[in-house]
Design a protein around this ligand. Structure first.
Ligand code: UDP
Length: 384
């Protein structure tokens, strides 16, 4: 019987796949792990892999982050080679990255069934490359692991053909599992210049590649009533340098600019913050997790995670300075209690997905066509 293959390339994928890897280990289902290396910093991602208790990758493709189409093409070719070598029962991809899309194409062309973790999210914002990726992945995956009922509904509305399961989001498992270790291990509190602060992250292409939006973020950070701690993504640092604002930000007395930090440090930064400002997807989810429970100003025009807004954790502020500052001040002053549970699950998603994967593996016979769930259309394999 062949094994499932876990595929990841960026920090959110590593964070969100780790609970599934642990669950498979508990269920004694052996698996293989392929790491594409899409992450901008190979050393830092190695830290993530060991912090999260993921095994050493069976395949480390070492593909450098670069232009989207080139990276996607390279990941397709190299992942297809690994898939041919392994003949996995199932290829598990996560989220909406170029790695996830490329691995999906590779698996599809090698006639291996795909399990999409975090399926069914929709921003309906076609400027976002992530929206292109998640839609394509959802429509060719055999197994769709939707984190919420809303995500499931999106899949039904679009008639995505794969077998659908509501599983919660493994990011909640990750925060619950890792926070106690983070509290013990992280040294980040000693490096912080401020006791009370707003935590900020920004890296979405449609934001940081637009000089007007990036400039408005910098002005927001300078105008908030509390100081800002800002672990900046390399893409953002480059864009700030490009518009001549990096120095200005780095030397501001109310802003602490940091390089991207490890996961444990980031958990602690979230937990100790008074408010979070972000355009990240994962951070919107993590903020709702019981060990963190923080309000979030989403610096975007759309979100594929509306549950955080509906539950009162998040506000969609757009990308203009005045609106973001207004939202931030309102949220800093808000005294209503936040829900004690998360809309994204209770920390058992890894277990739920692990069990389904175990069943798929169990029922897998050697013939490649039987790897597809019954309701999934069989694709002609004539090109071979
Ligand atoms: N994160 C981290 N260090 C940082 C910033 C973020 O470990 O300096 C983690 C964070 O906990 C979250 C994930 O990275 O789980 C989010 O990644 P990102 O914002 O890059 O991607 P997205 O979730 O928007 O796809």
């Amino acid at each position: 019987m062949s094994e499932p293959l876990i595929i990841a390339g960026t920090r959110p994928e590593l964070i969100k796949m780790a609970p599934i890897a642990s669950s498979l280990r508990r269920l004694r289902v052996s698996f293989k792990f392929l790491y594409t290396g899409q992450h901008y910093d190979h050393e830092l991602s190695r830290t993530f892999i060991s912090e999260l208790g993921l095994p050493e990758p069976d395949f480390d493709l070492g593909i450098k982050a670069g232009r989207s189409a080139t990276l996607t093409g390279e990941v397709v070719i190299r992942t297809a080679e690994a898939i041919r070598e392994l003949d996995p029962a199932l290829a598990l991809v996560q989220g909406d990255t170029n790695t996830a899309l490329a691995a999906t194409i590779a698996a599809l062309k090698e006639k291996v069934s795909i399990g999409h973790v975090e399926s069914g999210l929709r921003s309906y914002d076609w400027r976002m490359p992530e929206e292109h990726n998640r839609r394509m992945i959802d429509h060719v995956s055999g197994y769709l692991f939707a984190p919420t009922d809303r995500a499931l509904l999106n899949l039904f509305e679009e008639k995505a053909p794969g077998s659908k399961h509501v599983t919660g989001n493994t990011v909640i498992d990750a925060t619950i599992h890792n926070m106690p270790r983070a509290e013990f291990i992280s040294k980040i509190p000693q490096k912080l210049r401020f006791k009370e602060y707003v935590l900020a992250t920004a890296h979405r292409a449609e934001n940081v590649d637009d000089p007007d939006v990036l400039r408005s973020f910098v002005e927001v950070f300078q105008d908030l009533p509390l100081p800002v701690v800002f672990p900046a993504h390399p893409r953002t640092v480059n864009r700030l340098r490009g518009i001549g604002l990096l120095q200005n930000l780095a030397s501001h007395r109310n802003i602490q600019l940091l390089p991207p930090v490890g996961y444990f440090d980031f958990l602690i930064l979230m937990k100790r913050s008074s408010l979070i400002l972000t355009d990240s997807g994962g951070v919107q989810e993590e903020a709702t997790s019981p060990p963190i429970r923080k309000r979030v100003v989403v610096m975007r025009n759309s979100t594929e995670r509306p549950e955080a807004v509906e539950w009162g954790f998040a506000k969609l502020a757009g990308t203009r300075k005045q609106e973001i500052v207004k939202c931030a001040v309102e949220m800093l002053e808000a005294d209503a209690k936040l829900p004690s549970t998360s809309p994204f699950g209770d920390g058992s998603s890894g277990e739920v997905i692990g069990r389904i994967v175990a069943e798929i593996v169990e029922s897998t016979r050697k013939s490649s066509l039987t790897l597809l769930p019954p309701q999934f259309p069989i694709i002609s394999a004539s090109e071979d």
